[in-house]
Design a protein around this ligand. Structure first.
Ligand code: BG6
Length: 481
């Protein structure tokens, strides 16, 4: 008999997501080397430096602050934090390993045992609480030395260095950790991101060369992981923004299609389907991109495709080339035209829960592999009441609406969804603005943008709400006891 799905599947991975450079702190402890995240100034200046492609490559405390040097001190407090995640019933915790804790300069002959031992302790602590780690091998923190001495990812030598790093952590952890992601939001490299590629002021050619090098490096890591443990689950990870044509003019629709496939599909096409899509060839021809593809590159990409596809989803975007609709969106990573049907967060990210259902359908219909929502959430300013409570009903509303659309995608549309990890489950430093005040967590951390605070952890209203969502496997999304 043909039957509709009833709710999320058993064993659905509910949890939360983080990145080493945004929560650990301890930036120079335990033998760790510097990464690009460690030279990234905090505050709104970060976005400006990013836009101007003028990131400093040194720590400059006279002019800037560096909130992620302390992060939320997860480096020392992980036991307390993991116990709180376990109290919420987390099934998985998405974390990243900092490459420079393992190879401080990225090209060292031997790995740093203190770094490996630290991650081993964190992984064991999670497993002790029955929380499956999901590990991102590279989340926005290429070792600084690889940027300064090698020029970042456009240099092919990084493939071998990454392979060595990946082999080291996979040999140590792939028998304990099932779920892995290679590069965080790899498709931000299409726009030439410093965070992703470790490069500034580069040509389009170099950006795509760097991405090619990452595709090869990622495929090699997948190969190594499967050789160590055939049961691992390897995933790619992209940022996805549902892209709408602003009007029903077929010309706008065709333009939107072209934009959409380079941003939302290109990297997934290579990593899940295992080959460069034909539309990329015409994009390369138009932009004078000639890639250095070495013998064996395309084969390794083809033979080591992903088990699942993961993506972050925060916003949608609308496209119009009509000057009458030129009012742009400020905060949206993808830019685009202001969508009159949507409201935006305090940081200008347009909130679109229905767009998540559309995204899930789009990706599942195109790739047919299980999907993992590895980031989603609302960055907001939280107010601590006199009695210490934090009533973040706006966050509950946001998550409730997104999970509800996710459920439609599973039940009505038949999408195979395996996991949902909301971003910044415990407050941490923002990636785009380096602020603490842009909070996503269920757990509040007493720390402000200037680094003042006790670092004490407390439960927001959303903590109990998410606990109930997990306990009912997503059946009860209401905000009542
Ligand atoms: C994703 C990144 O783009 O969005 C995270 O993978 C980041 O690292 C998250 O923190 C939210 O963005 P922000 O800028 O609000 O921290």
């Amino acid at each position: 008999m043909l039957e509709m799905n009833k709710g999320f599947k058993p064993g659905f991975l509910w949890g939360g997501a983080t990145a080493a450079n945004q929560l650990e702190g301890g930036y120079n402890e335990g033998g760790k080397g510097l990464t690009i995240a460690d030279v990234s100034p905090g505050g709104k200046i970060r976005m400006k430096l990013l836009r101007d492609d003028s990131y400093p490559l040194e720590i400059d405390t006279a002019n800037y602050t560096y909130p992620n040097h302390l992060g939320i001190d997860f480096y020392h407090r992980y036991k307390e934090d993991i116990a709180m995640l376990a109290e919420m019933g987390f099934k998985t915790f998405r974390m990243s390993i900092s490459w420079a804790r393992i190879f401080p300069n990225g090209d060292d002959a031997q790995p740093n045992e203190a770094g490996l031992a630290y991650y081993e302790d964190v992984i064991d602590e999670l497993l002790k609480h029955n929380i499956e780690p999901t590990i991102t091998i590279s989340h926005y923190e290429t070792p600084l030395n690889l940027v300064k001495s090698y020029g970042g990812w456009k240099n092919r030598e990084l493939i071998g260095l990454f392979e060595k790093y990946a082999r080291t952590i996979l040999e140590r952890f792939a028998n304990k950790v099932t779920y892995w992601m290679t590069f965080n939001e790899i498709n931000t490299g299409v726009m030439g991101s410093f965070f992703t590629l470790g490069m500034r002021n580069e040509s389009v050619n170099n950006n795509f060369q760097a991405l090619h090098n990452q595709f090869v490096a990622s495929a090699k890591a997948v190969k190594i992981a499967r050789e160590i443990n055939p049961n691992v689950q390897m995933g790619c990870m992209s940022i996805y923004a549902t892209m709408y044509a602003y009007d029903c003019n077929p010309v706008t629709a065709a333009e939107t299609m072209e934009k959409n496939r380079m941003f939302n599909y290109f990297c997934n096409d290579v990593q899940v389907r295992g080959e460069y899509p034909t539309y990329a060839y015409s994009f390369f021809a138009k932009n004078n991109v000639t890639l250095d593809i070495q013998p064996g590159d395309l084969e390794v990409i083809k033979e080591n495709t992903m088990d699942y596809l993961s993506f972050s989803y925060y916003m949608s975007t609308a496209h119009s080339s009509d000057p009458a609709h030129s009012e742009g969106v400020q905060g949206n990573f993808f830019g685009g035209t202001k969508n009159p049907f949507l409201k935006a967060s305090e940081w200008g990210w347009e909130i679109d829960p229905v767009g998540l259902r559309i995204a899930l359908n789009d990706l599942y219909n195109r790739y047919g592999v299980p999907l993992y929502i590895s980031e989603n959430g609302l960055g907001a300013i939280d107010k601590v009441e006199a009695d210490g409570s934090i009533n973040d009903t706006y966050r509950i509303d946001y998550l409730q609406q997104h999970i509800s659309e996710m459920k439609k995608a599973v039940e009505i549309d038949g999408v195979d969804l395996m996991a949902y990890t909301s971003w910044g489950c415990i407050d941490l430093v923002s990636a785009s603005t380096g602020e603490m005040s842009k909070r996503y967590g269920f757990i509040y951390v007493d720390l402000d943008d200037e680094g003042n605070g006790t670092l004490e952890r407390s439960r927001k209203a959303s903590f109990d709400w998410y606990k109930k969502v997990i306990a009912t496997n997503g059946e009860d999304l209401t905000n009542k006891d």
